[in-house]
Every structure is written in structure tokens, then in C-alpha cells.
Design a protein around this ligand. Structure first.
Ligand code: C2O
Ligand code: CU
Ligand code: CU
Length: 429
């Protein structure tokens, strides 16, 4: 805390080197270290301040993905941090407990900056979450799991540049920057905060033995109740919190199974739809502490009805454009009124995987192709996968942060696509 009672974080972006593969040191970028950045954590109601220092030799930005905050603090393409400069946004945490993340957002270069290693988790706490009987000891039974895929070239360096329609799909999985990771487990219940921080790959996470787990939260907060399932699919930038129960002495493998992309088979193959990977091995100790009980209820998730929306907008994604236009930093595409509820109908008109993310707000999915969303999409979200030709309706309430000039973004979060211009800008007035 500083003298003004603010929780202050320092993040310095710089180049580094790390030995991911034995015998090779790979050139990387990192925040305060050689790869990725520290987990930031703050509670609802706290004023936070971050000093983002750029020691790279090119401009970057730092975006707080999923955070409800003023546009000037958002860290999108309009808040550049030039080499040698420090950018210091400050805002009050005003949203429910959840797992967010941060990553650069320089227009046209987001994929490269994230791929090289600039990203980290940002955990929000609140009293409601703390009152629930859930695992919450960070690093013990509450574990960040940042999943990325890489291609290493013959010199052990990151291979950049696309090898498919969605960008670069790698054949080596990193969890929190580690190849072939394992986690010693000492408790009967384990909470995993999964973040897909890959630039292009879509994962369908589950366990190798197909055991069920409790999905407890998605992008924007906890679900109303734990949902017992055996798979959770995450496209880039999506998060999920799950609780899995383990037995003494066992080894349990978190795996990614072939995702359901909803695209034609040939496209699915080029977009990673046939791939599976072991992601993280859990190694349970011979004796485990704690309980296995799970609460039946988590938090109240008030569903907003489509009829509550005062404005409806439609977004069509095709080519590398939204509504027929590529991103233009100098064009405001949509003007939203503060403190209103809007319904956004989004459709992927392509035969390619796309997704949709909105800055500054969280949303609920009210319908997918005219039907009620499944339980894993029934909670708060800020990024959603868009299978081709399936209209998805999102309802969101815009808060009271107004700014007549500085926009927020909405875009496909496959980072190659966003870099290529599949993005638009809105202001809240
Ligand atoms: Cu994860 Cu526009 O951001
Ligand atoms: Cu974002
Ligand atoms: Cu896309």
C-alpha cells in the first residue's frame, strides 16, 4: 500500500532468456522476470495502481483483460508505453471475485508480444467468495494454470509466424512457462485457475482418466452452483476455475482433448481440432489434508433477460473484419450510453474459428443459435468462442465510466485475427 492507501504493483517488461528445453536457452520477454509476469491480486473495493515500465526496444501496452475500469486505464492500443517510459494507471476494483489476466495490446503486434512471454494472471477477491468453502491457499490448493503452446526451432528459439488459419499452433505445451510440468498435491481438493494464454490454440481440458470435476467459475466470476463435468473448452483468453478431487498417492493428468470447433473437418485439422496434449501432471502425496466436500451453491448470478436491453447491436465477423470494416484506430464504431443494458448479437459468418471479447464489461450469453446456453456458458463471461454460422447473443450492462474520446475495444481474441484488424472500438458516454 502506498501513502494514499493504494495497492501498488510494479511490472517491468524486458527481454530475457530461459532454458525451456535442456541445453538451449530461448530468447524471451517477461515482466519482472524472464517469462510471463507475477500474479497480481487485489480485493473488491481496493484502489490499485500499476507502474508498467517498458524496457523493451519497442512500444508495448498493458491491458487488464476482463477488468471493469475507465477507458484511460484499459491499456488497449490507445495507451502506448514507449521504450524507457513508465505508464501508471490507477483504478478501483469494482467487480466480483474472479480470475482475470493482463497482456499487451499494441495494435498489430499483440500476438508477438504475448507469444514472447508478456502475460500474467490478475486475481480478484471479494467477501462473498471468501465466505464459501473453497480451496483458496495460493500455490498450495489454489493454483494458477497458464497454458500456452510453443514451437521451438532447431536452435531452441520460439518459432513465430503463423502455420494455420488462426495463427501459430505449437507442439509443446507450457504451463506457467514450464515444459512437462508436474504439481505435488497435498490436499484432497484442488482448485485450478485455468487461463488459455495461447495466441491461437483452443483447448478442451479434462483429465486423462475422464474423472469429473466441479466447474466453479468462468471469465467474470463464480457460477451459481458447481457444475459437475468432465470437459471445459477454452479459446484464447478464456478462463475457468475448477475443483478436482484426488486420492492419496495417485497421479492424475490434466489433458487437452480435441476441441469441438464446429468448423468443417479440413479447417478443424488446420486449426488444431484434432490435437491432444498432456498439460499438467498432478502428483498426490501419500496422505492428503482437508476435505472433499463441495458447496451446493456458490453465488447469486442474476440472469438478465433479453427484454431488459434498451439497445440491440449486431456484429458480423468475416474475413478479417467486423461488420465489413477492419480496425481503424481513428474511427469510433459504436457509441454506448453509460448505465444501460445492451444486447449484442454476434455471428461468425466464416468457416474459420473466431471468438468475441468485449473490454470493460462482463456479459452473459443469453442464447446460442436460439437455444439456452449450456451450464459452462451460463455464468459471467468476457470472451466467447464463435462456431461458424451460429448467432450468439450477449447481454451486458455498461457502467458509469464515461469518456467521450477514449475507446474500448471489441474483437476476435485469436491474436493473429485481432492483429489483422478483426476489431472495433466503442466509447461510453
Ligand atoms: Cu485480452 Cu482486447 O484483450
Ligand atoms: Cu480485454
Ligand atoms: Cu478470429
Amino acid at each position: 500500500m502506498d501513502a494514499q492507501g493504494r495497492r501498488v504493483f510494479d511490472l517491468t517488461a524486458r527481454a530475457g532468456r530461459r532454458e525451456f528445453l535442456p541445453g538451449h536457452t530461448t530468447g524471451t520477454w517477461g515482466l519482472n522476470g524472464d517469462y510471463l509476469g507475477p500474479t497480481l491480486r487485489a480485493a473488491r473495493g481496493e484502489q490499485v495502481a500499476v507502474n508498467v515500465r517498458n524496457e523493451l526496444d519497442e512500444m508495448t501496452t498493458m491491458h487488464w483483460h476482463g477488468m471493469h475500469l475507465p477507458a484511460a486505464a484499459d491499456g488497449g492500443p490507445h495507451q502506448p508505453v514507449e521504450p524507457g517510459q513508465t505508464w501508471s494507471p490507477s483504478w478501483r476494483i469494482d467487480q466480483s471475485a474472479t480470475t482475470l489476466w493482463y497482456h499487451p495490446h499494441p495494435h498489430g503486434a499483440t500476438e508477438r508480444h504475448v507469444y514472447r512471454g508478456l502475460a500474467g494472471m490478475f486475481i480478484i477477491d471479494d467477501d462473498l467468495e471468501e465466505a464459501i468453502d473453497l480451496p483458496r491457499e495460493y500455490g498450495v490448493d489454489d493454483i494458477p494454470v497458464i497454458v500456452q503452446d510453443k514451437t521451438f526451432d532447431e536452435n531452441g528459439q520460439f518459432h513465430e509466424g503463423s502455420n494455420g488459419p488462426t495463427g501459430r499452433l505449437g507442439d509443446t505445451i507450457l504451463v506457467n512457462g514450464t515444459v512437462a510440468p508436474f504439481l505435488p498435491v497435498t490436499t484432497k481438493r484442488l482448485r485450478l485457475r485455468l487461463l488459455n494464454a495461447s495466441t491461437a490454440r483452443i483447448y478442451s481440458f479434462g483429465f486423462a482418466d475422464d474423472r469429473r470435476f466441479a466447474l466453479i467459475g468462468t471469465d467474470g466470476g463464480l457460477l451459481a452452483a458447481p457444475y459437475q463435468t468432465s470437459r471445459i473448452q477454452l479459446s484464447p483468453a478464456e478462463r475457468a476455475e475448477l475443483v478436482v478431487s484426488v486420492q492419496p498417492g495417485e497421479r492424475v493428468v490434466l489433458r487437452s482433448f480435441p476441441p469441438e470447433l464446429g468448423v468443417i473437418p479440413i479447417m478443424a485439422r488446420y486449426a488444431g481440432g484434432a490435437d491432444s496434449f498432456d498439460v499438467l501432471e498432478l502428483r498426490a502425496a501419500a496422505s492428503l489434508t482437508g476435505t472433499r466436500t463441495m458447496p451446493d451453491k456458490l453465488v447469486d448470478v442474476l440472469r438478465t433477460a433479453e427484454a431488459d436491453a434498451t439497445t440491440t447491436r449486431s456484429f458480423r465477423l468475416s474475413g478479417r473484419q467486423i461488420n465489413g470494416r477492419p480496425m481503424d484506430m481513428n474511427r469510433i464504431d459504436e457509441v454506448v450510453t453509460s448505465d444501460t443494458t445492451e444486447l449484442w448479437e454476434v455471428v461468425n459468418e466464416h468457416q474459420q474459428p473466431h471468438s468475441f471479447h468485449v473490454h470493460g464489461v462482463r456479459f452473459q450469453v443469453t442464447s446460442i443459435g436460439g437455444t439456452t446456453p449450456p451450464p459452462q456458458l451460463a455464468g459471467w463471461k468476457d470472451t466467447v468462442y464463435l462456431p461458424p454460422k451460429v448467432p450468439i447473443r450477449l447481454i451486458m450492462r455498461f457502467g458509469d465510466f464515461t469518456d467521450p474520446t477514449r475507446p474500448y475495444m471489441y474483437h476476435c481474441h485469436l491474436m493473429l485475427h485481432e492483429d489483422h484488424g478483426m476489431m472495433g472500438q466503442f466509447i461510453v458516454t
